[in-house]
Design a binder for this molecule. Structure first.
Ligand code: PSU
Ligand code: MN
Length: 302
């Protein structure tokens, strides 16, 4: 059974109108707290449309893979969800999952299956701290290497092992681009202090580099955009808050899948909501940049 594509997205794909795929974890019960999740959905969709592109949120609804969710069903995207990574797509269809919120890996797999080339998210998953013992490496990295899309993000989740995440992307031959930046951003902080291998400053350059990448290598490309200036949290402050949250989580005996929501909530509290506002701003900005790149990819090669 193939994906059910919203008619607006079908038309856009047929006519060569730029399309931007988006994940559904960020707005679900697994992502931002209410009402920030609803605001994020509205702002991300509007940012894509403002640049003349069509948004295509991916999700599993009632066991059906969906690409592009019409407004009448938006409320469902804010509700209780099961996390669906790439490995979960097949079983979720079979089991008729009511709302499967797609992570980056599942969204890339689904978007690729319908021929979308550009994807926007907040932060990607990566190599977790302590991965040497736990082998906890996000399937997002595998999906980035496997599927032929440009992914636009503000770096990786705040509490990952960023040097090892970059090493892993290098091993998988995923180009990591700093968009107008020499540094790998750190989600709600503008820089992690780690350099990116390549900086590009314009969407036309990104489109050009991506075309060459797929011609000679294959797979996807990661474009990293620092959170907009006015919404950034200083990197040292971010690390301090993150470490306190991780300690709190381990002292409370929180583990596995519960760590992310616990830590994100603790960071939001410690920053007086600034981390949530930064999250909204970076997701919206990534959606905008992704729409610009999708537009550049829709133009004939110059
Ligand atoms: N960034 C965040 N919070 C999240 C995610 C990203 O700040 O919850 C989600 C994204 O959907 C990403 C997923 O694809 O987490 C990665 O999860 P894991 O590390 O289990 O692969
Ligand atoms: Mn994991």
């Amino acid at each position: 059974m193939s994906a059910r594509i919203d008619p607006e997205v079908v038309d856009a794909l047929r006519s060569g109108t730029p399309v931007v795929a988006m994940e559904s974890t960020i707005t679900s019960s697994l992502g931002l707290p209410s009402p920030a999740n609803e605001q994020a959905l509205a702002r991300n969709l509007a940012a894509v449309r403002a640049e003349g592109a069509v948004p295509a949120v991916t999700a599993i609804l009632d066991g059906e893979v969906r690409v592009g969710i019409p407004a009448r069903e938006h409320q469902r995207l804010l509700g209780d969800a099961q996390k669906v990574a790439a490995r979960d797509i097949g079983p979720s269809i079979t089991r008729g999952t009511r709302f499967g919120a797609t992570t980056v890996s599942a969204s890339l797999a689904i978007a690729s299956s319908v021929g979308i080339s550009t994807f926007a998210t907040g932060g990607i998953g990566g190599v977790h701290l302590g991965a040497a013992e736990t082998s906890d490496v996000s399937a997002d990295l595998d999906a980035l290497a496997r599927y032929r899309l440009v992914t636009v993000c503000a770096g990786a989740k705040a509490f990952l092992d960023l040097p090892r995440t970059l090493e892993d992307l290098e091993t998988r031959s995923v180009p990591v681009i700093g968009f107008g930046s020499d540094d790998f951003p750190m989600f709600t902080a503008r820089s992690s202090g780690l350099p990116v291998p390549h900086r590009l400053d314009h969407q036309d350059e990104v489109a050009d580099a991506f075309r060459s990448h797929v011609e000679f290598v294959s797979g996807g490309m990661l474009v990293c955009v620092p959170v907009p200036e006015g919404h950034a949290i200083a990197a040292d402050r971010m690390l301090e808050v993150r470490d306190a949250a991780l300690l709190e989580a381990s002292e409370a005996g929180v583990n596995a899948g519960a760590v992310t929501p616990f830590v994100l909530a603790a960071i939001a509290e410690a920053t007086g909501g600034a981390s949530v506002r930064a999250n909204l701003a970076l997701a919206e900005n990534n959606a905008r940049v992704a729409a610009l790149i999708a537009g550049a990819l829709a133009e004939p090669r110059g």
